[in-house]
Design a protein around this ligand. Sequence first.
Ligand SMILES: [Zn+2]
Length: 195
Amino acid sequence: MNVDKEAVPGCWLWLGPVRMQQGHAVPIGDRNRRQAARLVWEEEIGALAPGDKLRKTCTVDLCVNPAHRRLMNASRLREEVLEAFAAGATVDEIAKEVGRGRKRVREILVEEGLLSGRVTLTAAARQRAAQLLAEGLPDRWIAEDVKHGIDVIRKLRASMGIANKDWVRVQLAVRHDPTLAALHNLFNPGPAVGG
Ligand SMILES: [Zn+2]
């Protein structure tokens, strides 16, 4: 095999052709442009299915050691996404961690019933989220409360922007001032604000 197993302890350095990508040397496999790491994996471990991905677990650019790759097939990917989500990671963080697009990560979380398939909030959810944002709750809690992705909450926070500051002040004042609260209730028949 076209590798040097001595130069860096533990790593197998690819001695074949490479191309540069963002300042890093990436091994080129065969003429069909299959990745060198895949060729080595198939030779050492066994065949890879088209959907299987190999995630590098070491930081040596030219390393193609199968022991420094983690096989990410569909079920393993799902497992890792769910683990990261349970640990509190956002969609963006999970995507980065598992080396896949956020679209795929979101799909998995929606399939598992952990995220709503909607990327926009319903009117009710929006109102609730806006209120919680005004109360200063963390995005993550709000996302869980209204059962949407954290990115949707962030978008809402951004869209509320500067103009929202006054509204926030009004809301907080209403909550903390009994006279204002009474006025608010007078002009806004519905559930009482505060206690
Ligand atoms: Zn390595």
